[in-house]
Design a binder for this molecule. Structure first.
Ligand code: THU
Length: 141
């Protein structure tokens, strides 16, 4: 059965439970849906040396790509600071937007965002909306 947007957000909430974020206390979860129906979960993983840390979105994509999946439909992302304000959506950072650009169709790939304290309030963007006039593989041809 195809997975709906609300379910994808719920998977992102579940993925967030695994976040390793002792330095920022900002836990992020992502659920990436491949076109073949497979689901890949990711969380942010921080590091004492700071720069080696990775965002939830890139964790999910790296899992999928390293398993051989390369066609993607949508990603759901939720994030927030422990004990902080959970009213806001967690939009993907610039690095993640560019990373996602490499492996998706900007006009159709969907990014679903919802606040942790109101997960039913889902905002859906295409990658193109979040990263207009983007630079991608075709630019190097
Ligand atoms: N973070 C993500 O995992 N995804 C985003 O799109 C925004 C930021 C993580 C990185 C870092 O571990 C923490 O959130 C605070 O920036």
């Amino acid at each position: 059965m195809p997975i709906c947007d609300a379910e994808l957000i719920q998977w992102a909430v579940k993925a967030r439970e695994k976040s390793y974020s002792p330095y920022s206390d900002f836990s992020v979860g992502a659920a990436l849906l491949a076109k073949n129906g497979k689901l890949y979960l990711g969380c942010n993983i921080e590091n004492a040396a700071f720069t080696p840390g990775i965002c939830a979105e890139r964790t999910a994509f790296s899992k999928a790509l390293s398993e051989g999946d390369k066609d993607f439909e949508a990603i759901a992302i939720v994030g927030g600071k422990e004990g902080g304000n959970l009213d806001h959506i967690c939009a993907p950072c610039g690095v993640c937007r560019q990373f996602i650009r490499e492996f998706t169709e900007p006009a159709t790939f969907r990014i679903l965002l919802a606040p942790l304290n109101a997960p039913e309030k889902i905002t859906s963007y295409t990658l193109e909306q979040l990263l207009p006039e983007s630079f991608g593989p075709d630019n190097l041809k």
